[in-house]
Design a protein around this ligand. Structure first.
Ligand SMILES: [Zn+2]
Length: 564
C-alpha cells in the first residue's frame, strides 16, 4: 500500500458499543474477515459489493457486522488489516471530552494545571470592555466561552450551544459523562450543567437595562495566532439584536427550569432575565437584521429572520409558565413564517450575488434545524418533549406531524451515501459537521417518538462518521482516533507549542461550497466534496472548531452513551 493510499477498511477509530450494530466501510471487493482476539475468524463476508459514492468518488460498501461482544477484533480484507474495539462504554470518554472541550474554551479565568494539564494558561480577556455605541459605558463582562477558533464571544451561538447541552442532560442524563475534572466537579451538580452555567452566567451579563442582549463581545478584528492571555487589545460590546435577544430568552427560560432543583436563586435570576427580554421584544416587535458596525471584522452571525428565535423563545416561556400569551405568540410566529410573502421579504434582503447561497428560503419554519442561524428545531424539542399535548393542534399535533414527516426522510439520505453519512452531495458546506450532527439529533428524536430502530442505527453511524468512518479516514475529534485532526484552526492549539491540539474539539469538516482560494488551489476542482478538507491550521474554511459544533455532537454522544 502506497503512503498516500488510505486503508481499504474504514472504521470508527474510537470504538463501537456493544448495544449497537457495528458498521464499517469496505473499499475493496475482497472478502472481509472478522477475527476475535485469539485469531479465530468469527465472521466472514464474501458478498461485498462496493458501489460508487457520488460525494466522495469512492467505491465503498457499508457493511453491517451486527452486534459484537465486548473485546478487540481484527478486520481483514485483502492486504488491509485494522483493529476495532467494542465495549459497553465506548462513547463515555469521548462524550466527556467533548463537554470538557468547552471548559478549554473558558474565557476570563485561568485554566489551572490540575484541570487543564499541559493546556493550562493564565486568565485572558480580563480588562473592562467598552460599549461600541456609547463609549462612556465601560464594564467588566468576564466569562463565557471563546466561540470557535477565535476569541470572540457571541450570544446567539452561545445560546444554542447551551441549549444542546441542557436538552442532552434533560433527555439522557445517564449518557452525559460526569466527573470531568473541571473546577466545579464534585459539587453535587452534573458537570454538563456546571460547564453550561459558565456560559449562562456570562449571558446574564450581556443583557442591557432595557432587556435586550448585546449581540457579541469582541475586539474589532480577529487576533493573530497568539495565546488568549496575550490578546489584550480592547473588547467592545456590540449593539443588541433581535436574534441574540430572543435566543438568550429561550436559553435562559430553559435554563431556569433545568437548574431549579440545584440552585433556586440562579434559576429565578435566569427566569427574570428571560421575562425582561421578552418585554423588550413586545416593545420592539419589528425585526431588524443585525448589521454590525463596519469597522468590526469579527464573526457577524447575522441572520435574515428572527421568526425561528422568537418561536423558540415563546415556546420556552410557555413551557415555564403555561401562560396562554406565550402559546399565542409561538403560534402566531409559526403561522406568519408560512406566509410566502415573508419568505420573499427575506430573499430580497440578500444582495444579488449572495442569493444563490440562500436558495433554501422556503415559507414555514424548518423544524429540524438546531444551529445558530436556524433554531426552529430547538422549538420543536421544546414542543415535543417539554410542552407535550398541552401544545394543542399547532404546537403539538402539527409540529409532531411535520417533524416526523421530515425526519422520516433522513434514512434515505444515509442509504444514498456510500458511507451512510446523512449528507447529500451538495451539503458539504462550511461546518458540514453541523448538518451531520443535526440530522443525527433529528433521527434520535424521531426514534424517541416512534421507537424506529433504523433511526438509531443511522444516528449512530453519524457518530461513526465523526470518528473516522468517512472518505478521509480521519477522526474529526481532537485527541481521539489513530488518524485524527492535528491542526485545527484554533488559536490556542496553534500558539501553545504543544504537538497535540487541545482535546475534545470537533472540526467543521469538508466544505466545497465557500472555500478559501488556497484550499481551491491545493485541492483543485476535481476533488469530490466529501474530500474537500485540509488538516492545516490556516484552513478555517474546512478545519475550524466551534462550540456549537461540539454541542450537537455532545447531544448525540450522550444519547448513544445512555444506551450502555
Ligand atoms: Zn478569553
Amino acid at each position: 500500500m502506497g503512503t498516500n493510499v488510505l486503508p481499504e477498511i474504514r472504521i470508527n477509530q474510537t470504538g463501537y458499543m456493544t448495544a449497537l450494530p457495528v458498521f464499517v466501510g469496505v473499499l475493496s471487493e475482497k472478502s472481509l474477515q472478522v477475527k476475535d482476539s485469539k485469531g479465530n475468524v468469527i465472521i466472514e463476508k464474501n458478498d461485498i459489493k462496493p458501489e460508487l459514492d457520488a460525494s466522495s468518488g469512492d467505491n465503498v460498501a457499508l457493511v453491517n457486522l451486527g452486534m459484537l461482544a465486548e473485546g478487540e477484533y481484527t478486520l481483514v480484507s485483502g492486504e488491509c488489516e485494522r483493529k476495532i474495539t467494542v465495549s459497553d462504554k465506548a462513547y463515555d470518554a469521548v462524550t466527556g471530552a467533548l463537554i470538557k472541550g468547552l471548559y478549554f474554551q473558558r474565557c476570563g479565568c485561568g485554566l489551572k494545571e490540575e484541570h487543564a494539564g499541559i493546556y493550562a494558561h493564565p486568565a485572558c480577556h480580563t480588562a473592562e470592555c467598552t460599549d461600541w455605541e456609547d463609549r462612556s459605558i465601560k464594564k467588566k463582562v468576564l466569562g463565557g466561552w471563546h466561540d470557535a477558533g477565535d476569541y470572540g464571544k457571541y450570544v446567539g451561538p452561545g445560546a444554542v450551544t447551551v441549549a444542546h447541552m441542557l436538552y442532552a442532560h434533560k433527555l439522557f442524563p445517564a449518557g452525559c459523562t460526569d466527573n470531568l475534572n473541571i473546577p466545579e466537579s464534585g459539587n453535587g451538580v452534573p458537570d454538563i450543567l456546571n460547564e453550561a452555567r459558565y456560559e449562562l452566567e456570562w449571558m446574564l451579563k450581556m443583557q442591557k437595562d432595557d432587556g435586550s442582549f448585546y449581540h457579541k463581545l469582541t475586539k474589532d478584528h480577529f487576533a493573530p495566532f497568539i495565546m488568549p492571555e496575550t490578546d489584550t487589545d480592547p473588547e467592545y460590546l456590540i449593539p443588541p439584536s433581535h436574534c441574540a435577544t430572543e435566543a438568550a430568552i429561550a436559553c435562559l427560560a430553559l435554563g431556569s427550569r433545568i437548574y431549579k432543583e440545584y440552585d433556586a436563586d440562579f434559576s429565578e435570576k435566569m427566569f427574570a432575565a428571560a421575562l425582561k427580554g421578552w418585554e423588550w421584544v413586545e416593545k420592539n416587535p419589528e425585526f431588524k437584521p443585525f448589521m454590525g458596525p463596519r469597522e468590526v471584522r469579527t464573526g457577524g452571525y447575522g441572520d435574515l429572520s428572527d421568526k425561528d428565535e422568537r418561536f423558540w423563545a415563546a415556546c420556552e416561556l410557555f413551557a415555564c409558565t403555561g401562560e396562554e400569551k406565550y402559546k399565542e405568540a409561538a403560534e402566531k410566529t409559526y403561522e406568519l413564517a408560512k406566509d410566502p410573502k415573508e419568505a420573499e421579504k427575506i430573499r430580497e434582503m440578500i444582495p444579488e450575488p449572495m442569493r444563490r447561497f440562500f436558495d433554501k428560503i422556503k415559507p414555514g419554519l424548518d423544524l429540524t434545524q438546531y444551529g445558530w442561524m436556524d433554531v426552529s428545531g430547538l422549538g420543536s424539542i421544546c414542543c415535543l418533549f417539554e410542552i407535550g399535548e398541552k401544545g394543542g393542534s399547532i404546537l403539538y399535533d402539527e409540529v409532531k406531524r411535520i417533524f416526523l414527516e421530515k425526519t422520516g426522510k433522513l434514512p434515505e439520505v444515509c442509504r444514498e451515501s456510500g458511507y451512510g453519512t446523512a449528507l447529500k452531495e451538495d451539503q458539504y458546506v462550511w461546518g458540514s459537521i453541523l448538518t451531520v450532527m443535526s440530522n443525527a439529533m433529528s433521527m434520535i428524536l424521531n426514534r424517541m417518538l416512534t421507537g424506529n430502530d433504523e433511526m438509531l442505527e443511522y444516528a449512530a453511524n453519524q457518530f461513526n462518521y465523526a470518528l473516522g468512518l468517512n472518505a478521509l479516514d480521519i477522526s474529526f475529534v481532537t485527541g481521539f482516533g489513530e488518524r485524527r485532526v492535528m491542526f485545527p484552526h484554533h488559536r490556542p492549539s496553534g500558539a501553545d507549542n504543544i504537538e497535540e491540539p487541545v482535546p475534545g474539539l470537533i472540526s467543521g469538516g469538508p466544505n466545497k461550497k465557500m472555500t478559501y482560494p488556497e484550499t481551491k488551489e491545493k485541492l483543485g476542482e476535481d476533488t469530490p466534496p466529501a474530500k474537500y478538507f485540509r488538516d492545516e491550521t490556516p484552513s478555517a474554511d474546512t478545519n475550524e472548531i466551534a462550540i456549537y459544533w461540539n454541542s450537537p455532537t455532545i447531544f448525540v454522544g450522550a444519547y448513544l452513551n445512555s444506551l450502555q
